[in-house]
Write a protein that binds this ligand. Structure first.
Ligand SMILES: Cc1cc2nc3c(=O)[nH]c(=O)nc-3n(C[C@H](O)[C@H](O)[C@H](O)COP(=O)(O)O)c2cc1C
Ligand SMILES: C=C(O[C@@H]1CC(C(=O)O)=C[C@@H](OP(=O)(O)O)[C@H]1O)C(=O)O
Length: 401
């Protein structure tokens, strides 16, 4: 199964990701990855002023544009670090950031520069790996689209907060289309919601996640929250999608939807209470340096990347993409069988007409015309289409005689 490990620190020489378990022969397009890195990169007045070139180094696992099946190592250098900004924060953990938790976890041996491995900088390699996987999903017609919820209003709030040395949170809504129904399972290891949550909660500053109508479902009645089912005789769908395309941990064929909440950026320019860990005394801290006044405004490509990696694991490329393809084939066959039944019914009616008017069952001229015209519908598959229609017409004659 696909797995990945993100490594590096914000002010170390580089950050990167090691992706294992990808099947051989999958395309890796540098331009696609570069575009996604550019989408994630900070820019404009409402983002950190740190600018990294984010030139992708592919150290292993890719040969002549395709995966080899061996571990894929993607690396991005850190060039624009200003570690001096963090001198004043030595021993003074920033409220809301991971400084104190990291200090405890490492017994005081954490790298505090720029938040070390807890920095949003680590989302750059996440996006690089995610871009690669998104392209593989797209080949299966699975598309992920994330957007900032109410972006114009959020931009205004972020600008106002920044002017006061403060920050704001925000939400990202994500929709995934093209997932076949039937993926996942009821247990915690296989539930699609569980898998997505593990990846999405690892994005720094994510504090809430809701599928479908999410937290708003608490205020609805069953009659409002249930998604009524419908069919046209072959396909099944739901009229609404309050459940976000998942029931019982299993995809139901509707778009998978979720909303994810980012908290306000912890590093703000206002004085805040903290503790001087070297003296074990209460004190205040005012954070200087370059910070995002609103993380959510930058988060859409990050959310897409994490969700893509999670979903590729659900599809499980080595055996699992066979499962996904088979589920799609099952769907096509359901439609084919429905159409065959309909065709036989029509042919039975034609048979009744022929009998009533003394016409022969076999009409060679009509059969030749059917073969020709059906072949014309897909000239590149003419031979297959003709073979199929020989059989269909034989079945039809059997029915009429
Ligand atoms: C894209 C991105 C950019 C971020 N930028 C900043 C930042 O400029 N300043 C900051 O203090 N935190 C920033 N963060 C948030 C911290 O990395 C995060 O709050 C911290 O690691 C603590 O983790 P937690 O909030 O998940 O508990 C950013 C996060 C992301 C995803
Ligand atoms: C580097 C990025 O964002 C950084 C995320 C971040 C944090 O604490 O998460 C703090 C800031 O780091 P620094 O103080 O080194 O400038 C941001 O600039 C990035 O998104 O590429």
């Amino acid at each position: 199964m696909l797995d990945y490990t993100i490594f590096g620190e914000s002010h170390g020489p580089a950050v990167g990701v090691l992706v294992t378990g990808a099947a051989p022969g999958l395309p890796v397009d540098r331009e696609i990855i570069a575009r996604e890195l550019e989408r994630r990169a900070p820019g404009g007045p409402l983002a950190t002023a740190r600018h990294e070139p984010d030139r992708l180094h592919i150290l292993s696992g890719v040969y002549q544009g395709f995966t080899t099946g061996d571990p894929i190592c993607l690396v991005l250098e850190n060039r624009d670090t200003r570690s001096g900004d963090y001198e004043a924060l030595r021993n003074k953990p920033r409220p809301g950031h991971a400084d104190y938790a990291a200090w405890v976890r490492s017994g005081g041996h954490n790298d505090p520069r720029g938040g070390g491995p807890y920095s949003g900088r680590l989302t750059a390699p996440l996006v690089a790996a995610g871009a690669m996987v998104k392209a593989w999903l797209k080949e299966q017609d699975i598309q992920l689209t994330a957007r900032v919820v109410d972006e114009p209003a959020l931009r205004q709030q972020a600008a106002e907060a920044k002017a006061h040395g403060d920050s704001v949170g925000g939400e990202i809504a994500c929709t995934v289309t093209g997932l076949p129904a039937g993926l996942g399972g009821p247990g915690w290891r296989e539930a699609v919601e569980s898998e997505l949550a593990r990846h999405l909660f690892a994005i720094p500053a994510v504090k809430a996640l809701g599928f479908g109508d999410g937290a708003a479902l608490a205020a609805l009645r069953g009659s409002q929250a249930n998604d009524a089912l419908r069919t046209d005789g072959t396909r099944v769908w739901t009229v609404t999608n309050h459940n976000g395309g998942i029931n019982g941990g299993v995809t139901n064929g509707m778009p998978l939807t979720f909303t994810i909440t980012f908290k306000p950026t912890p590093s703000i320019a206002l004085p805040q209470d903290t503790v001087d860990l070297s003296r074990m005394e209460n004190c205040t801290v005012t954070v200087q340096g370059r910070h995002d006044p609103c993380i959510a405004l930058r988060a859409a490509p990050i959310v897409e990347a994490a969700a893509a990696l999670a979903l590729w694991r659900v599809l499980d490329p080595r055996g699992g993409d066979l499962k996904s393809l088979r589920l799609q084939l099952d769907d096509v066959d359901r439609q084919l069988v429905g159409l065959l039944v309909r065709r036989q019914e029509l042919s039975r009616d034609i048979g009744a007409y022929k009998a009533a008017h003394g016409l022969p069952v076999r009409d060679p001229e009509r059969e030749a015309q059917v073969l020709r015209s059906r072949g014309d519908l897909a000239p590149e598959h003419r031979a297959e289409v003709e073979r199929l229609y020989e059989t269909l017409m034989a079945l039809s004659r059997e029915q009429q005689s």
